[in-house]
Design a protein around this ligand. Structure first.
Ligand code: PLP
Length: 445
């Protein structure tokens, strides 16, 4: 055996270290052992390749702790000012939705059971009527997410047939949702019309063939086209589709059902303007659980309900429960109880006041440059692109962004001009205090 390989301690020796024991208490022996063994393997192959390198306890400990802390879904503090932050879980659920999800997790529920007749029933019935009331649609279906909703519609209505889409709407949403790819995966044939900036009704009309199944409109969720542009009205597209006996589908992306979000399509309006099918995300501006909502014509939704792919996209019971509760808040007009809507519409005076409080709290604990600052917040999550939300935050001088991320509850913030900025718009109750304590801890080290 090579000399430097002998410096690697045995597994039992490592497992008896104090710092390892504390992790065993938290994560369990089997899991900790697995992680250590994987790190040892990496180390062995490294030492084999490099004669001059020997085992370092300090480095090994650091590597292992990194693996330990990176395991598991952690709560974080969103101090970015981006309300619908996809990497941080998009929408926070309303209290009512949390309670409903909890009940469905804790107890048996009649999720697919008709208590009156003692027979099987569909899980969609708990949300369908509510979605119809809210959107004005004849019928509705909830699936796992909006990408799934679009996929299901294309598969069910356009497999082996043509779908006409404007070149200005061939979007990529992120997380590998690219419209042309979804289209080919579903077996639909993409028929691109118009140009990036200008597409006319006559372009759509000229592309219609006996093989065409639908005209599809896709919301430009995360970018804007400005300047020399043109696109037909929804109403015109609907009329054109109907005069040729084909479907007009609208992927509204985020879509909204209450409030005023510039540039975002309102779902009720899409239906009113003649869309046969509208799809949107349940966890973007809508502010509910991750889900894809499909609203539209009864005969079409019926076909989706009976499609085998629908079974593969079925939402879980906690999702149905939370979605139902969120829908009820909308129907009762209690938008203020929906965290996403609330955070998007917090007024700047309140934000400024909250920023001043946070600044005071931090200044009490550390001696460094701390001051309130105006911020550019965003709705995020593929909604209202280019629309900046004026916000307020707290600037703290120091390159501490990475350290803030390594806290027990990581604080995610922005950095600028040699300091960090905590945007207060996206902070939840009690989080200002945690931020102040985290900053104090970093400065005292
Ligand atoms: C976000 C978005 C999707 C994907 O929705 P998910 O909820 O992420 O599955 C699809 N289409 C548009 C236009 C979107 O904005």
């Amino acid at each position: 055996m090579k000399e430097n390989m002998k410096t690697i301690p045995a597994m039992d020796m490592i497992l008896s270290q104090d710092w390892v024991c504390s992790w065993i208490a938290r994560l369990g022996r089997a899991y900790v052992k697995d992680i250590i063994s994987r790190n040892l393997q990496i180390l062995r192959s490294r030492l084999k390749d490099n004669d001059s390198e020997i085992f370092s306890w300090e480095e090994f400990r650091r590597t292992c702790i990194k693996s330990f802390t990176h395991s598991g879904l952690k709560r974080v503090i969103n101090a970015t000012g981006v309300v619908i932050h996809t990497n941080l879980g998009r929408s926070l659920l309303p209290e009512e939705a949390i309670n409903a999800a909890e009940t469905s997790a804790k107890y048996y529920t009649a999720i697919e059971y008709d208590t009156e007749n003692g027979t099987r029933a569909g899980r969609n019935i708990h949300v369908e009527g509510l979605i119809c009331s809210l959107t004005g649609a004849e019928s509705a279906l909830a699936v796992n997410n909006n990408a799934g909703a679009v996929m299901l519609c294309l598969y069910a209505f356009a497999h082996g047939r043509e779908v006409i889409v404007s070149r200005g709407e061939l979007v990529e949403i992120g997380g590998a949702f690219r419209l042309p790819d979804i289209m080919s995966l579903s077996g639909a044939k993409l028929s691109e019309v118009g140009t990036t900036n200008r597409t006319y009704l006559k372009d759509y009309e000229a592309a219609i063939t006996p093989d065409t199944s639908m005209i599809m409109k896709v919301h430009r969720s995360n970018f804007r086209i400005t300047g020399f542009t043109h696109e037909p009205e929804r109403k015109e597209l609907a009329e054109l589709a109907h005069s040729h006996n084909i479907i007009f589908m609208d992927d509204a992306g985020s879509g909204y059902a209450a409030g005023n979000f510039p540039g975002e399509p309102e779902i009720r309006q899409c239906i009113h303007d003649g869309a046969d099918i509208v799809t949107f995300s349940g966890d973007k501006i809508f502010g509910g659980p991750q889900s894809g909502i499909i609203a539209g014509r009864r005969d079409l939704i019926d076909r989706l309900k009976h499609h085998p792919m629908n079974r593969a996209l079925r939402p879980g019971k906690m999702t149905i429960a939370a979605l139902e509760a969120t829908l009820r808040l909308y129907l009762n007009g209690e938008y203020g109880r929906i965290p996403t809507i609330r955070m998007l519409s917090t007024d700047t005076d309140t934000l400024r006041h909250n920023a001043e409080e946070l600044a005071r709290e931090i200044s009490r604990l550390i001696r460094a440059e701390v001051h309130v600052i105006e911020t550019d917040d965003a709705s995020g999550g593929g909604s209202c692109p280019g629309e900046m939300l004026k916000g307020w935050g707290v600037f703290v001088r120091g390159n501490i962004q990475a350290e803030l991320r390594s806290m027990d509850i990581p604080v995610i913030c922005t950095a600028k001009d040699g300091g960090v900025i905590f945007h207060v718009r996206t902070l939840q109750e009690g989080e200002a205090k945690i931020i102040a304590e985290s900053v104090a801890k970093i400065f005292s080290e």
